[in-house]
Design a binder for this molecule. Structure first.
Ligand SMILES: [Zn+2]
Length: 203
């Protein structure tokens, strides 16, 4: 399994954003699937302590359930973005249903321009319909925090080994991933800073 997205896959989907062009040593830390009442406040406290900003790809159903958490994310200066309304797998639904689900989430964040497909699964037809309105953001560094037989050390290793300038790193704002990164998130951020990286939430 790949902790970085292979070049040949990136080349098949050139209209997707896998990694950012940057002349500086900037990186983009992203959290998928929130907001969530236990994990989101914890992530926010770590980011605040480290004085960095990140991007939260939020699920519409969760936004409706926990709107105050969205307010907290925005208030701390982070970026919020669209991760669909009900976390649909693009490979398993019609393009009409898929787009409608994204638009339903978008109504909750009308100024947003970013979309990340759940599971990274999206078809060429869906991309064609979305790419005028959204920047479709994937990642080049997958931490594998969602994998149940991984460990915090391996999650940290995946991030530290593979991050380079312009990298987009993905972690998950949910309970089952949290146990794999809560012991190492702060230390990982500090180690990335020691390597000279700075964190951006501007796209
Ligand atoms: Zn997701």
């Amino acid at each position: 399994m790949f902790a970085t997205t292979p070049k040949f896959i990136q080349a098949l989907f050139p209209s997707l954003v896998w990694r950012k062009e940057t002349l500086n040593k900037e990186i983009w830390l992203t959290f998928d699937d929130g907001p969530e009442p236990e994990v989101t406040p914890w992530i926010l406290s770590v980011l605040k302590k480290e004085n960095i900003t990140a991007t939260f790809f939020l699920v519409g159903e969760q936004i409706e359930e926990f709107p105050e958490l969205v307010g907290a994310i925005i208030k701390e200066g982070h970026t919020i973005a669209n991760h669909s309304y009900s976390h649909k797998n693009g490979w398993l639904c019609t393009k009409e249903k898929y787009i409608a689900d994204i638009e339903k989430c978008q109504e909750l964040m009308p100024n947003n321009k970013l979309y990340r497909p759940p599971y990274g699964k999206i078809t060429k037809a869906q991309i064609t319909l979305l790419k005028e309105k959204y920047k479709i953001i994937l990642w080049d560094v997958l931490s594998w925090d969602f994998q149940q037989n991984t460990s915090p050390e391996r999650v940290q290793g995946n991030i530290l080994k593979n991050t380079k300038e312009g990298s987009i790193i993905v972690l998950h704002n949910n309970q089952k991933s949290h146990k794999n990164f809560f012991p190492i998130l702060e230390d990982t951020i500090q180690k990335l800073k020691e390597k000279g990286f700075s964190f951006s939430a501007t796209w």
